[in-house]
Design a protein around this ligand. Structure first.
Ligand code: FES
Length: 123
């Protein structure tokens, strides 16, 4: 049995293409890219910082802090700690910035759209 949590009406979704919702005690980032919606934890698995201001490119989002990149559909990590403050850093210095954290996926959530309303679905 799954649970649905109402997030917003599609007509109220911000034109910026991103919105953060609190579901239980978890901040969930919903991204609209093209005509598709994606939901991921608004918490980068590197240092737990928010992904909401990250750059979206198709079905990917890059963390605004150290550039780790994630697949919005699967949560898979595509690139890990590539820069600092928007500047790319050399490969050898990534280790320092990683702070011992290994590449990890970001949590993804299921969304349901029904009658113009967006719901998050959990098992
Ligand atoms: S907090 Fe996201 S890459 Fe460091």
């Amino acid at each position: 049995m799954s649970n649905r949590t109402f997030l917003t009406s599609l007509s109220d979704f911000p034109s910026s293409g991103k919105a953060v919702f609190k579901v239980g005690d978890q901040p969930v980032l919903v991204v609209k890219s093209g005509e598709s919606f994606y939901a991921i934890a608004n918490k980068c698995p590197h240092l737990g910082l928010p992904l909401a201001s990250g750059k979206v490119d198709g079905e990917t989002i890059a963390c605004p802090f150290h550039g780790s990149k994630f697949d919005l559909k699967t949560g898979q990590n595509l690139d890990w700690v590539t820069g600092f403050a928007g500047m790319r850093i050399p490969e050898w210095s990534r280790r320092l910035l990683e702070m011992g954290k290994q590449p990890a996926s970001v949590q993804v959530y299921s969304l349901v759209i029904e009658e113009g309303k967006l719901y998050l679905e959990t098992a």
